[in-house]
Design a protein around this ligand. Structure first.
Ligand code: KG4
Ligand code: ZN
Length: 347
């Protein structure tokens, strides 16, 4: 049995978790997430404030995760820490602390790619959410459609050409005067909106598209955001219209995400679809995925909100996989604002 501590500080959540197990039988012993609410005041994450907040909370967050798991640092087999992608100053706090723990207790250190963490999150709750599957990773900074043949082997089918899905939600929320991060407020508002009033185009979804087309799996949300901006500007009464606009926006985005995911699952004849990242909290999306894919015999797995948004359990889980495959990071492990997910194979 292996016991791993995970640390996540890539953005505005300071998180630590302890996992135990082996192979695909890995159990979560603890998960502590401290969200930095201070950024709401600024309508977005302020990098330096995020780094300083990680610095003050990393020690108590890790201690609490160890305490809840009933273990001490001496009981750990490895430390897994997010080292990319994210805000470099924020990442450096977790990376430096993880290094210090690994060095002082003479245990292995494993640098984890944040998006590989999102890929593994659902497997912590659903034993069947394991490869092969089609993965849609949708967060505040990334939108990735992957074919996952096995853990560690990822075919990148499509990514966003501009805004990430979560970013589109957050920007539209801002246009509608909603708090940051706005995804869940858009979802709430859209639930009361009229779906027939604002019909925005579905980005990059053409009826007779072919798998050989360059945009067959690609995403683009900036045009949709501009269309929303125009609707907001030309509205005579935005208070009366905003629920209908939110509904039109969400319907367009959801339909695009579902269509591209269905294309990926069909092309590789996958029977499972795994959705991850903060936007996976969106229940309208999950319901639309299931309505579209279940009749085709495809099971859709989504994580609970706590594991969908940034957390250290997913980092420990991805670290587990890397650890069992003999991967170790040196004490020269660095932090990077962006880098491709490891294990990519040619499309
Ligand atoms: O994965 P995550 O916690 O952080 C990043 O790695 O970026 O994702 C955060 C994103 C934000 O853009 C937030 O608005 C979005 O997830 N989000 C949602 C919902 N809940 C969170 N988007 C749509 N609907 C939701 N219910
Ligand atoms: Zn994330």
């Amino acid at each position: 049995m292996t016991r791993i501590l995970g640390i996540e500080t890539s953005c505005d959540e300071t998180s630590a978790a302890v996992l135990e197990g082996s192979g695909d039988d890995v159990r979560q012993k603890s998960l502590v997430i401290l969200s930095q609410d201070v950024h709401r005041v600024f309508g977005g994450v302020v990098p330096e404030i995020a780094s300083r907040a990680h610095l003050t909370s990393i020690v108590p967050v890790v201690q609490r995760a160890l305490g809840e798991a009933g273990t001490s640092l001496d009981g750990l087999d490895a430390v897994a820490v997010t080292n990319t992608p994210g805000l470099v100053g924020a990442l450096l706090v977790g990376v430096s602390y993880g290094k210090a723990l690994a060095f002082s207790h003479d245990i292995p250190l494993i640098g984890v790619h944040h998006m590989e963490g999102h890929l593994f999150a659902t497997a912590l709750e659903h034993a069947e959410a394991v490869p092969p599957f089609t993965a849609l990773l949708i967060s505040g900074g990334h939108t990735l459609l992957l074919d996952v043949e096995k853990w560690g082997k990822y075919r990148l089918l499509g990514a966003t050409r501009d805004d990430a899905a979560g970013e589109a939600f957050d920007k539209v929320a801002k246009l509608l005067g909603l708090p940051y991060p706005g995804g869940r407020y858009i979802e709430q508002l859209a639930a009361t909106g009229d779906p027939t009033r604002f019909k925005f185009a579905r980005p990059m979804v053409r009826r007779n598209a072919l798998p050989t087309d360059a945009d067959y799996y690609a995403f683009s949300f900036s045009g949709l955001k501009t269309a929303v901006l125009n609707a907001v500007r030309s509205s005579p009464d935005i208070e009366a219209d905003k629920a209908d606009i939110a509904r039109g926006f969400q319907d367009s985005l959801v339909e695009t995400l579902v269509e591209k995911t269905a294309r990926g699952a069909d092309a590789f004849a996958r029977r499972r679809v795994v959705v991850g990242g903060g936007v996976a909290c969106n229940r309208t999306l999950a319901a639309a995925m299931r309505t579209r894919l279940e009749p085709e015999g495809i099971t859709v797995f989504t994580p609970s909100p706590r594991l969908a948004t940034d957390n250290a359990a997913m980092i420990a889980r991805a670290g587990f996989f890397r650890f069992e495959h003999g991967e170790r990071s040196g004490l020269d492990l660095n932090a990077y604002a962006s880098s491709p997910i490891p294990g990519l194979v040619a499309a």
